[in-house]
Design a protein. Structure first.
Ligand SMILES: *Cc1c(COP(=O)(O)O)cnc(C)c1O
Length: 370
């Protein structure tokens, strides 16, 4: 079946006497033990989580899906599969929480780390050591929309027998089939596009078939316990059912916003992989089916101007996060803290599903205030 059909149908396995088309929410924390094959306890598993994991794994084209309580819990679970003394190579423009977590908690725990520009496979290659176990990238990246060539890194990873993990939150499985491109670990913050309505937090890991991390990751999930509630799993699966159409709307609107902003005199840079001037454009055109709903811009007038624009929109709500039906705008550097490499005049935009005319009118009035 095609992705669009899987998004609607995968994981629809419940059967009960009512004949309900939509699944019930199984709020029970525990299960009767009359049947040894059955469920035991909701931290270990529950029907809503099973349905969700089945669906997301199907959307990624196979393998094993595991759901977590947040995108960060999913990322952390992958790194916890490593052992002290292991070395990892991490993209320089990853979600700032990943960098912060690795540099504080995981470094203390004995993980060695090199941060490199993964858009340059040569730099990744030079960073590989005999202890390297994992290359961690994010494409498109947050917040600079850098594009990493997954197939090129996958070749490198295979040659050196190391794992390639990708945070594909911004691409979603609708726009990028990361496992097929050669990654063996895919992570999503399902808080974003997969949920799609800014009403839950969640994360997913999908591992390639027969992955050596499968057992550890399942232990970390079920014993570690950073699991989503049955209600969040249900809500998330409900969101995924419309993912393919929402992504089309996000992509179409983002392209129009970019066309408008790219010619605006108050904007000196637009970061969007759909622009032919973007350094990763050719790779993105090859490895993605469309360019997504996220972009960032840099405005003339430095951080004051950026703060002013981000606080002057009326339809675009000034808030962190992304991927919901509503458009959001954020002056990014202050959110990421004093050590961030993000330029201080950068504004990150999550383009929602409102009418494009209303979105453009709002940007026009906000930019005219700076
Ligand atoms: C938001 C985000 C995360 C973190 O996910 P949470 O659900 O907030 O924990 C990780 N990676 C990317 C690319 C994100 O956008």
């Amino acid at each position: 079946m095609k992705k669009e059909t899987l998004a609607v149908m995968a994981g629809k396995t419940h059967q009960d006497a009512s004949g309900a088309v939509m699944p019930p929410i199984y709020l029970s924390s525990t299960y009767r033990r009359d049947n040894d094959e059955g469920l035991v306890y909701s931290r270990l598993d529950n029907p809503n989580r099973q349905a969700l994991e089945t669906c997301v794994a199907a959307l990624e084209g196979g393998g094993t899906g595991m759901a977590f309580a947040s995108g960060m819990a999913a990322v952390v679970a992958v790194f916890q599969c490593l052992k002290p003394g292991d070395h990892v190579i991490v993209a320089d423009d990853t979600y700032f929480g990943v960098r912060e977590y690795l540099q504080t908690v995981m470094q203390r725990w004995g993980l060695n780390l090199d941060i490199v520009d993964t858009t340059q496979p040569e730099q990744v290659k030079q960073a590989i050591k005999s202890e390297t176990r994992l290359i961690w990238t994010e494409t498109p990246s947050n917040p600079m929309l850098k594009i990493t060539d997954l197939a090129a890194l996958a070749t490198l990873a295979r040659d050196h027998k190391i794992h390639l993990g990708v945070d594909a939150t911004w691409a979603t499985p609708m726009l990028q089939q990361s496992l097929q491109l050669g990654a063996d670990i895919v992570v999503h913050s399902t808080t974003k596009y997969l949920g799609g309505h800014s009403d839950l937090t969640g994360g997913m890991v999908v591992l390639a078939e027969a992955h050596p991390f499968t057992e550890s990751l399942r232990q970390i999930q079920t014993i570690g316990g950073a699991v989503p509630s049955a209600f969040d799993c249900w809500l998330l699966l409900r969101g995924i059912r419309t993912l393919s159409h929402r992504m089309r709307g996000h992509c179409d609107n983002a392209r129009s916003v970019v066309d408008y902003l790219a010619g605006h005199p108050k904007v000196h840079a637009v970061h969007f992989p759909g622009l032919s001037s973007h350094p990763g454009h050719e790779i993105a055109a090859r490895q993605m089916s469309d360019f997504g709903g996220m972009l960032s811009i840099q405005v003339r007038g430095g951080k004051e101007a950026a703060a002013k624009v981000a606080s002057s929109t009326q339809l675009f709500q000034q808030a962190t996060s992304l991927g919901g039906v509503e458009s959001l705008i954020e002056h990014r550097a202050p959110v990421e803290g004093p050590d961030t490499p993000t330029p201080d005049d950068l504004i990150r935009i999550s383009v929602g599903l409102e009418h494009i005319d209303d979105l453009l009118a709002d940007l026009e009035q906000a930019l005219s205030q700076s």
